[in-house]
Design a binder for this molecule. Sequence first.
Ligand code: FMN
Length: 222
Amino acid sequence: MGTVTDSNKGSRTAAQVAASGSRRVIVGITGASGSIYGQRMVQVLLRLGLEVHLVATPAAVSTWGFELNEPLAADRLAQDDERPRLIIHPTDDLFASIASGSYRTCGMVVIPCSVKTLAAIAQGFSDNLLTRAADVCLKERRPLVLVLRETPLSLVHLENMARAVRAGAVVLPASPGFYDHPKTIDDLVDFIVGRALDHLIDGHGIGPRWTGTEGEGSWHAC
Ligand SMILES: Cc1cc2nc3c(=O)[nH]c(=O)nc-3n(C[C@H](O)[C@H](O)[C@H](O)COP(=O)(O)O)c2cc1C
């Protein structure tokens, strides 16, 4: 078992770190367009060595297959050595670990997040594991990032966004910037994935970061 050094607490085993929840992230995926954002998020978190708890709605599975031309499956998301750190929960399993606040995590990202799931989270309507896990993050005051994908937005959507923000969520629309001169779809995806990761973990290195207009360049890798 490897060890992780924490400057404040000395050396802890990987199992202790996992038990504290500091290396666990919940990823929720819905049926909104933008499955590629969820795919990249899971792959990045695994490559960074985190434990990923994935919950995808039935609509997510359909949209994923349609947009990415492949099934939403563990062996497509994780390398062999990463597979033990990818826990995929059935959406209807309300007995799962992440349904309880006593199971510690460092937060959750819903990416992409549909306006339907936004509505459920904003209203505390926890009828599946994704919305229940999000509700747990809000009640436990853990980070909850909703990478919303819809356009245009109705007043219903806007009011649900405001309600979610008041409850403690970060609403982060899947609306990448263009001031870093992206060249590829992957650049656009990493812009959003990086901004969402900023609310969950440090030192991820994903996406560009603005450093001001002084000097030679205004952008650098994280
Ligand atoms: C191809 C496709 C794209 C969709 N894109 C969006 C979208 O961008 N945003 C959204 O809120 N819903 C979108 N939907 C509709 C959702 O999938 C639908 O409202 C679904 O019930 C959401 O359920 P869920 O939140 O449980 O995943 C899309 C559906 C399809 C089939």
